[in-house]
Design a protein. Structure first.
Length: 132
């Protein structure tokens, strides 16, 4: 059997063809599927999202063109526009929602710290045993 090599985004996997025609790895295990993505997920700031939604509204709702100009997928930009329209003029803006999210994270962290400190105080101020 002659080894067959497949290179997928900086990952090298060696396979050998089995007699039945399927592919097996060099160690003899059966190949199920090789789907590897080395591209990390991009994160966009709330300011960027708000500006992108404003550009869509200024262009008359042409999501595809604005998405191409910004270098994002049109489905992603469409989700941002849908979310912005769903919140309406009464609800918090994208920036305000981002601030609320950050404040909730901080509150959660501070609450955990308080609980840890309360347990430490209870531990160290508990009754002491003097073996005399």
């Amino acid at each position: 059997m002659k080894p067959v090599s497949h290179s997928i985004d900086r990952i090298r996997v060696d396979f050998r063809r089995s007699e039945s025609g399927g592919q097996r790895r060099a160690d003899g295990a059966r190949k199920e599927s090789v789907a590897v993505s080395t591209r990390s997920r991009r994160r966009f700031t709330p300011e960027f999202k708000a500006e992108a939604v404003r550009l869509v509204e200024a262009s008359g709702g042409n999501i595809a063109r604005v998405a191409k100009e910004l270098g994002v997928y049109d489905s992603t930009l469409g989700n941002w526009v849908r979310d912005a329209r769903a919140q309406g003029p009464d609800g918090p803006s994208i920036l305000e929602r981002a601030e609320i999210r950050e404040l909730r994270k901080e509150l959660d962290r501070v609450t955990r710290e308080r609980d840890i400190l309360a347990k430490a105080v209870a531990f160290f101020s508990g009754p002491t045993r003097n073996n005399v």
